[in-house]
Design a protein around this ligand. Structure first.
Ligand SMILES: *Cc1c(COP(=O)(O)O)cnc(C)c1O
Length: 475
């Protein structure tokens, strides 16, 4: 029926069906609230969530029923309420199985936190000594232990912890370079994602950006020629989420430091991924560590807490004491500070680095990075064997695949891994991935060459069992 000429038709219809229009016979919210299963839902999910679901369900029936349809009985309406309730609860923040093979997956919360770090959070139903000196009873230093630890580990004089590394860069520039020039290589003007673009960040901080060199090559003389009496900072940015390969050249910190002989300068290294240990012996490529940057003479180095450190979201600044003091006094420091949850988890994560030889057991990020491919192959084989016994309508293979670190660390580094390749005669790959995501807990895989891959490298204890149960349920 077209809208234009059906006015009279509709009027006639509605008067004909006035009494048996199912939309008029829907149960009211108050009647639904008397239903035992709805009462149960309220005690589990709260009155607010249930009322929202009731309104969604009633709206659904009003939108979808037509005059002349039979009225839904109350149990059908209750089912619909439960459907909307579950749909809503599905959005709640909770753990998922990361079978993507991306170790630091920003959409999945980056680093899986160390057991030991998470355990301390259970104390937070009490107060804590966040900012009290237990010796004197006076106001103490926030983040004292985390800052102490990061100095111990990196050999830096002083440290400051803020909300994330983007904030750290911004804070450094705001506090030390406002209305002054910061020199940066054109090869390092990065975008990190989530609309954090370095040029914009520099702009917002009040610093004046001076670009030097070209995308692929920047020389020491480029920096030298750009120096003016208004230059305050030379910023080096670690290409942690991309690589410029081929005919390239950039200037190492040690060389940049030589320019300090000419005039006062602050050399800042945005190291990004926060590599604290050398993982070459596990077959990973050499990445510059924070310690090396300090040793090379960087005045300030900043990096994330939730990349290679494997801790919570945080931005860590280490370096010269006088500079850190100056930054700490800037009003933005208060706005960008971390909370006690972060501080506790970070402190416990950093403690693990005091025993580097145990990190593979204690720190899930380091474990995922270094676990040998052969171990993963065995894992995949075992899981396949168990699934094969179930005679599922699903083709399962064990195949070599490629994990990545993700989250702006070890760019372009592919780590050999093994995964289960799933092919379902019933569901196409997108559908199969969808069904895995709908599982409880949701399982996140990836699709490559039209196949669903569940990568073994990023699984933690218990995840294989969840995959096993989910596949039996799904197919
Ligand atoms: C990841 C990264 C950032 C941003 O860090 P967040 O902690 O995510 O804010 C900044 N600079 C570099 C070089 C990075 O790798």
């Amino acid at each position: 029926m077209s809208k234009k000429n059906n006015g009279t038709d509709l009027n006639r219809l509605s008067s004909n069906f006035k009494n048996n229009d199912p939309r008029r016979n829907l149960p009211s919210a108050s009647i639904l609230l008397e239903e035992p299963s709805i009462k149960e839902a309220i005690s589990e999910f709260s009155h607010t969530f249930v009322m929202d679901a009731i309104h969604d369900a009633l709206k659904w029936f009003r939108d979808n029923l037509k005059a002349g349809d039979s009225s839904p009985d109350i149990s059908t309406v209750v089912d619909k309420v439960n459907f909307f309730l579950l749909q809503n609860q599905f959005q709640r923040l909770r753990s998922v199985v990361n079978a993507t093979g991306v170790i630091l997956h920003t959409n999945l919360g980056r680093a899986v936190l160390p057991e030991r770090a998470v355990k301390t959070l259970s104390q937070l139903n009490h107060c804590c000594n966040l900012q009290i000196d237990l010796e004197t009873g006076q106001r103490g230093k926030r983040h004292y232990m985390s800052e102490y630890l990061i100095c111990k580990i990196t050999g830096a004089e002083s440290a400051l912890i803020v909300n994330n590394n983007a904030a750290a860069t911004f804070l450094i520039l705001s506090a030390l370079c406002k209305d002054k020039e910061v020199i940066i290589s054109r090869g390092q003007l990065i975008e990190i994602g989530g609309s954090f673009r370095l040029p914009e960040c520099i702009n917002q901080s009040g610093a004046i950006m001076v670009e030097v060199g070209t995308t692929n090559k920047t020389h020491l003389r480029d920096y030298e020629q750009a120096l003016t009496e208004n230059t305050a900072i030379i910023l080096r940015v670690n290409p942690s989420n991309y690589r410029i390969v081929g005919f390239t050249e950039d200037v190492p910190i040690t060389d940049l430091v030589s320019l300090k002989k000419k005039q006062p300068l602050i050399i800042v290294d945005d190291q990004g991924c926060g590599t604290l240990i050398n993982l070459e012996k596990y077959g990973l490529p050499k990445e510059p560590t924070v310690q090396e940057s300090i040793t090379a003479g960087a005045d300030l180095v900043c990096f994330s807490g939730d990349k290679m450190i494997g801790g919570p979201q945080a931005g860590i600044i280490v370096g010269k004491k006088d500079l850190i003091q100056k930054i700490k006094k800037h009003p933005f420091t208060r706005m960008l500070r971390i909370c006690k949850l972060t501080d506790m988890v970070l402190e416990q994560t950093l403690r693990l680095f005091l025993e580097p030889e145990k990190l593979i057991e204690t720190n899930p990020t380091i474990r995922m990075l270094t676990i040998p491919a052969e171990t993963l192959k065995r894992k995949a084989m075992n899981l396949k064997k168990r699934l094969d016994k179930e005679k599922l309508n699903l083709k399962i293979e064990v195949k070599e695949c490629e994990s990545t670190t993700g989250g702006g660390s070890y760019p372009a580094t592919i780590i050999k891994s093994y995964g289960l390749i799933l092919k379902s005669p019933k569901h196409n790959p997108d559908r199969l991935c969808y069904l895995l995501r709908q599982n409880e807990p949701p399982i996140i895989g990836r699709i490559k060459n039209d196949e669903v891959i569940l990568d073994m490298r990023t699984l933690i204890k218990g995840d294989e069992e969840e995959i096993f149960k989910a596949l039996i349920k799904i197919v």
